[in-house]
Design a binder for this molecule. Structure first.
Ligand code: PLP
Length: 381
């Protein structure tokens, strides 16, 4: 019997908001102004207020948000930026696109975020910034990161692409470092119906530069002051995001409820479950479990119609595109040992408790079978 539980289904959310979203799109179409207008300005104000920052600048996507943040800080050729080796490769590509070189720090085996204890050793005379990633929706350990950055004169640029609405010691992510970068890729906690991104900051000078840099470096039309790029959030996506933003906290609460349900049902299995660091609000962009039999479990679930995903199969420094960095196997042992063992379970606000239980019980069943297996047979297999 097939449970028919996909890893994600964006149609479900659209159905709950269809009237508001359709109206948002229609009003932009009728206004006839599609790039950098009233809807973008409105959404920037609303998202800045949501995060508790002074400035928000809408851009084309999350990767560009990171690139523009680095450009605004004056980072480029000859500079190094430290980030997490287990993030989406796009994090490092944003660094590379400025001409700077990505450097990595291994992650904490409990939270999967950058291990602040290992940061100091990664700082070189060329290091200009630290780019912590709030991976899977869990805030990185910002306090030690900020203090190290301060003592070494480094910028802190948060990759908050997976963590809209996450909170660290009372502050929203995106409001903690010098700049915060968000993606509105459709499946993110707050998603557009296409690409979108945004940069947050409390620094007026950085905000002024970001506004120019996203728009060809123009101060006013045809007056190019900086070597900018073309990366703007469009009016249709901004209007859709404004319609969705009021639901974000509720959706994140629902994600946290689903996570708690998974954790309650899977608590007595041999699987390693997500660990929530104290003093933060994890928003569970992904619910990621760990098992050395990842492939077997994924197949077992797929056979029952339950779709899972892997984030991410290859650490960034082991990607072919980054072979030139010369970071061979063993460079970041924790990240490398996690990659083959992590499995992301379905988690989205529209997933019902019944379906969450179905997934969790299918995993329990598999786990019981694993325990019963004769270790000798397992070795032969
Ligand atoms: C999605 C994502 C990005 C890239 O965002 P895009 O909008 O797809 O360019 C960067 N970093 C992380 C951690 C992400 O999850």
């Amino acid at each position: 019997m097939s449970a028919n539980i996909p890893f994600g289904d964006l149609r479900l959310q659209y159905r709950t908001l269809q009237a508001e979203v359709d109206e948002a799109v229609r009003s932009v179409l009728e206004r006839g102004w599609f790039v950098l207008g009233k809807s973008v300005a409105e959404f920037e104000r609303a998202f800045a207020a949501f995060c508790g920052v002074q400035f928000a600048v809408g851009v084309g996507n999350g990767t560009d948000a990171l690139q523009l943040a680095l450009m605004a800080c004056g980072i480029g050729r000859g500079d190094e930026v430290i980030t997490a080796p287990n993030s989406a490769t796009f994090t490092a590509l944003a660094i590379s696109s400025t001409g700077a070189t990505p450097a990595f720090v291994d992650v904490d085996p409990g939270t999967y975020n950058v291990d602040p204890q290992k940061l100091l050793a990664a700082i070189t005379p060329r290091t200009r910034a630290i780019m912590p990633v709030h991976l899977f929706g869990q805030p990185a350990a910002m306090e030690p990161i900020l203090s190290l950055a301060k003592s070494h004169g480094l910028w802190v640029i948060e990759d908050a692409a997976q963590a809209h609405g996450a909170v660290y010691q009372g502050q929203h992510v995106g409001a903690i470092g010098d700049i915060g970068c968000f993606s509105f890729y459709p499946s993110k906690n707050l998603g557009a119906y296409g690409d979108g991104g945004l940069v947050t900051t409390n620094n007026q000078d950085l905000a002024d530069k970001l506004v120019m840099l996203r728009n060809g470096g123009q101060k006013t039309r045809y007056d190019h002051r900086l070597l900018g790029i073309n990366s703007r959030l469009d009016e249709i996506q901004a209007a859709i995001l404004s319609a969705k933003l009021p639901y974000l906290d509720r959706w994140n609460d629902r994600r946290r409820h689903i996570a708690a349900l998974y954790t309650a049902i899977l608590g007595d299995t041999d699987l390693v479950l997500p660990e929530e660091a104290a003093g933060g609000r994890h928003v569970y962009h992904l619910y990621v479990i760990r098992t050395p039999q990842r492939e077997d479990l994924q197949k077992h679930l797929a056979a029952q119609g339950i779709e899972c995903a892997v984030h991410y199969p290859t650490p960034i420094h082991r990607q072919e595109a980054y072979h030139w960095l010369g970071l061979g196997p063993g460079s970041f042992p924790v990240a490398e040992s996690l990659a083959p063992d992590l499995l992301s379970l379905p988690i989205y606000p529209e997933l019902t408790d019944t379906k969450v239980r179905q997934v969790a019980n299918a995993i329990r069943e598999w786990s019981t079978l694993q325990r019963r297996k004769d270790p000798a047979t397992e070795e032969i297999a």
